[in-house]
Structures are given as structure tokens and as C-alpha cells.
Design a protein around this ligand. Structure first.
Ligand code: NAP
Length: 458
């Protein structure tokens, strides 16, 4: 894949970039290692100060940075600003909490293990490689970087090839904030070069956010090298609507959930599983809401949905819909690629999907929703759990027994009740099954890339 900014609204190549060569990769790895030796002995307070400075830079540059996201991946300007400011909040969160999250943990009664003092200390690992996707190009990278750097690691970023300007912006963000020069570096390389970087002795761990095949490939290399991985992969999140739900609120939220980020969010509701008693009413409200969502210029604040980020992504979504329709699915709205330049796809709702439609099992990474009719709550949970993914889930109900059943039985990394899934610095984030393993965010996310060293003193 060429490393280039291609404007998704019209398909025009705006700027192409040369990948760095092996000698430059080596120079950056060497710098990462020497910087780690220096960074690991700085204090939590010092690193926290630098993170706050990075947050201030992001806040001060929100307009230009948001514009860059619009140009590189078609996010609406309103959501792009939101992403930049949320990222600043994430930096501040880790600056504020690093001392408590990584404080030494001493046993209250060390005599239980025959010691005068015993417990554990969190220490950084070294250089951590982050392979990141284009859909939240700032937030995804920084929700890795903030806890990793706060803990004293150094970061290497292999960003998606279609967001090179964002990748280069992030390359200098932390040094501008005061961190030593090699604390966070972008490697402008293609995905084929990732294997050699993981194999390098200076890289101690890898985190990948992206598709299942990319996760499989990175985890295989890291596994051979016995290096830790965190994988945040795809999702085909269920959105359950049960009879006691407020249907108007559920339908409005369903539209937001499906269209967030132009339909390209791993945690978007993708499969809408509705109890038969309320199916017809919900389907009508939802399809109407999707049909009314304004698709257009991402720079217009009224726009709800802009273009998809890449031509191949748009084609994949269109192919999934074609496959479902050819096999008998009913189109309630959308489903036709507009005849215009750029990578557009309209909000689409499909119903009556046959079991062999690819959409039943595959992730639709675009504004395409599939509707399923459930016989009862147990059936809704069965349908929800029948994919190989398990990222997040949402349930709309006002019945506490149903709510408990869903919280208990949904096979997913998260359950949101009467809301839509979102990521928060305060809450753990991650999946089960083919959606990956490990957690980002919260305290647990910061500890993923640390050595929990047991200390025992006679
Ligand atoms: P992708 O193709 O897997 O790309 C993600 C990153 O992985 C890019 O930097 C890409 O580089 C790199 N990559 C691709 N193949 C690789 C390989 N074999 N070895 C090493 N690196 C490789 O994903 P995408 O289609 O752009 O992004 C959408 C996917 O990401 C969806 O499945 C979505 O659900 C998932 N996602 C998950 C989360 C989460 O937190 N769970 C969040 C956001 C997105 P190139 O660009 O150079 O190919």
C-alpha cells in the first residue's frame, strides 16, 4: 500500500511519502534504545509534566490537526475536533494517575512469605511497537502512547499508510512537549517491514489495533520471539433492543452508534438484534433515522456522515451488501454506491438476512446495519454471541432481570446498557474471541507494558 494522503471526498492523491529505508529504521531503533536508558530513570512527576505539555499542544493546535484528519481519512470536522480533544484528555488522565497506578505494592503482612518486606514494583519494558489503524489516527496512537510513556517505556509507531501526515505530526509531538528526542518515533514503513522490527532485540513488546489478519500476523511473529502483544481487533458488535426499552431513544442511539466515524468504528453497533414484540416499530424508526442522516461534505458541521476512508474499504462494504442482497436480504434503506468521485457509501439497513450471508459473520466497516428478529431475550443473546468477534455490546432495556442476564451472558469485552459503546480513559477497553486480547486504557492498560517485578527481602 502506498504511503500517501488521498482525499476520500474526491479520491485525489494529495501527497505521497517515501518509506524510510533500513538504515533509517536502524537509526531510530538505536535512538529508541538509548533514550529508554535515559527515560526509565526519570520520575513519574517529570513524565507527567511532559504529558500535560503534550495535551496543551494538542489543545492549542486542535483546528489544524482536526483539518488534517478530515483530509486524510474523511472524518467530519466536528468529530475530528472531538477526537483531538479527547486525546488531550487521555494524556492528562495518565499524567494525573501514573503515580498511583504504578506505585509499589507491598504486602501488609510480609511474614506470611517469610520476609521483612515483600511485594512488587512496576518497571518499564523498553521500546514498544504500536501498529495503528487510520480510523482514530490520533486517539488510537495516543491511548497507547500516554500510558506507555508515563510508565517509562519508549514508543515506536507504525501508523496506517493512508494517514502519513498524522503519523509525522505524532513523531514530533512528544519531543516538542519536552520528552527526550527518541521517546516516541514514527517509523514510516509499510506493513511488510513490521516483522523485522518486531524481531529486533530492542523491541520488547507490540500492540496492534486493526484487522484480524494483521493481528494474526503480528502476534505470530511476536509469539516466535516470546514478546508480549496486546491486540485490539475487529468487532461486529450486537445492539440488543428488548421490549421494555424506550424505542425512540434506542433507535436514535442506534443511528448514532452505526454512523459514528462514518460507520468505521470497531465498537460501532453493527448487528441490531430486536425482540419480535418490538421489531417492526424499531425497524421503522431505525431505517427512517438512517435514511435521514445527512451524508456530505465532512467540513460542514451539519454533516452526519462523510466518505469512507479508502476505496478498498468502500468496495468491501459494497460487496458485503451485494452478497447479502443476492442471497435474499431486504434493503430497508441505502445499499447503492453513489455515482460520484470519492469513497462514498450511504447509510444502509438490511433485514431478513439469510444465514449464509457474509454479513452475518463478517464485520461491516462502514455505515451498514443488519437487523435480526429475536424470539425472546435468550434468543437475542444467542444471536449476539454467534459471531467469532467479542469486542463490545449494547442492550436497551428497562427491565433489571433482562439487564442482568445480558451483562452476565454476552460474550464481549464490554456491555453498555441504554447507551452506545464508547472508550473512556477511566474504563478498560478490549475484546475477547477474535476481537483480540489484553486491555487498553484505565489502570490495567498502563500495566500491560510493564514488568511486575516481585521483590522479597529477608
Ligand atoms: P488493518 O489493515 O489491519 O491496518 C491496521 C494497521 O495494521 C495499519 O498500520 C496497517 O498498515 C497494519 N498492517 C496491516 N497488515 C499488517 C500485517 N500483515 N503485518 C503488520 N502490520 C499490518 O486494519 P484496517 O482495515 O485499516 O482498520 C480497520 C480494522 O481495525 C477493523 O477491523 C476495525 O474493527 C479494527 N479496529 C479495532 C479497534 C479496537 O480497538 N479493537 C479500533 C479501531 C479499529 P498499512 O496501512 O500499511 O497496511
Amino acid at each position: 500500500m502506498a504511503i500517501a494522503t488521498i482525499n476520500p471526498t474526491n479520491g485525489v492523491v494529495e501527497q505521497e511519502f517515501e518509506a524510510i529505508d533500513a538504515a533509517e529504521v536502524e537509526r531510530r531503533l538505536a535512538l529508541a534504545q538509548s533514550t529508554f536508558e535515559q527515560l526509565k530513570s526519570t520520575s513519574f512527576a517529570q513524565r507527567g509534566e511532559w504529558l500535560v505539555k503534550a495535551a496543551e499542544i494538542l489543545e492549542a493546535e486542535v483546528e489544524d490537526t482536526a483539518l488534517m484528519l478530515v483530509r486524510e481519512m474523511g472524518k467530519t470536522i466536528v468529530q475530528a475536533r472531538g477526537e483531538v480533544l479527547k486525546s488531550a484528555k487521555g494524556l492528562r488522565f495518565y499524567a494525573e494517575h501514573v503515580q498511583t497506578f504504578l506505585a509499589d505494592e507491598w504486602l501488609e503482612d510480609p511474614s506470611a512469605v517469610g520476609a521483612k518486606q515483600a511485594g512488587a514494583r512496576y518497571q518499564p519494558l523498553g521500546a514498544v511497537l504500536a501498529v495503528m489503524p487510520w480510523n482514530y489516527p490520533i486517539w488510537q496512537a495516543l491511548r497507547f502512547a500516554a500510558p506507555a510513556l508515563a510508565a517509562g517505556n519508549v514508543g515506536l509507531l507504525k501508523h496506517a499508510s493512508n494517514v502519513p501526515q498524522t503519523a509525522l505530526y505524532l513523531d514530533t509531538l512528544f519531543s516538542r512537549a519536552g520528552f527526550p528526542a527518541g521517546a516516541f518515533q514514527t517509523l514510516l514503513i509499510g506493513s511488510r517491514e513490521v516483522k523485522a522490527v518486531i524481531e529486533d532485540w530492542r523491541v520488547k513488546a507490540v500492540t496492534l489495533t486493526g484487522s484480524e489478519p494483521a493481528g494474526r500476523s503480528v502476534a505470530a511473529t511476536a509469539g516466535e520471539q516470546i514478546k508480549k502483544t496486546v491486540l485490539e481487533l475487529g468487532g461486529s458488535d450486537p445492539f440488543l433492543v428488548l421490549p421494555s426499552a424506550n424505542l425512540e431513544a434506542a433507535a436514535e442511539a442506534a443511528v448514532r452508534a452505526r454512523l459514528l466515524n462514518n460507520g468505521q468504528s470497531c465498537i460501532a453497533g453493527k448487528r441490531f438484534i430486536v425482540h419480535t414484540d418490538v421489531y417492526d416499530k424499531f425497524a421503522e424508526l431505525f431505517a427512517t433515522g438512517m435514511a435521514n442522516a445527512v451524508m456530505g461534505d465532512p467540513m460542514d458541521p451539519k454533516t452526519v456522515i462523510g466518505p469512507l476512508a479508502t476505496e478498498s474499504g468502500r468496495d468491501e462494504v459494497a460487496d458485503l451488501v451485494k452478497d447479502a442482497v443476492a442471497k435474499g436480504a431486504k434493503v430497508l434503506t441505502g445499499g447503492v454506491v453513489p455515482d460520484q468521485p470519492g469513497w462514498w457509501y450511504p447509510p444502509t439497513v438490511l433485514a431478513d438476512l439469510p444465514e449464509d450471508a457474509l454479513l452475518v459473520m463478517e464485520e461491516a466497516f462502514g455505515p451498514v446495519a443488519s437487523l435480526y428478529r429475536a424470539k425472546d431475550t435468550n434468543d437475542a443473546i444467542r444471536i449476539a454471541n454467534q459471531t467469532r468477534f467479542g469486542l463490545s455490546s449494547a442492550v436497551w432495556t428497562n427491565d433489571s432481570a433482562e439487564e442482568q442476564l445480558c451483562i452476565e451472558r454476552l460474550d464481549a469485552g464490554a456491555v453498555f446498557v441504554n447507551g452506545i459503546t464508547a472508550s473512556y480513559p477511566e474504563l478498560p477497553f478490549g475484546g475477547v474471541k477474535a476481537s483480540g486480547y489484553g486491555r487498553e486504557l484505565a489502570e490495567v492498560g498502563m500495566r500491560e507494558f510493564t514488568n511486575l517485578k516481585t521483590v522479597w527481602k529477608a
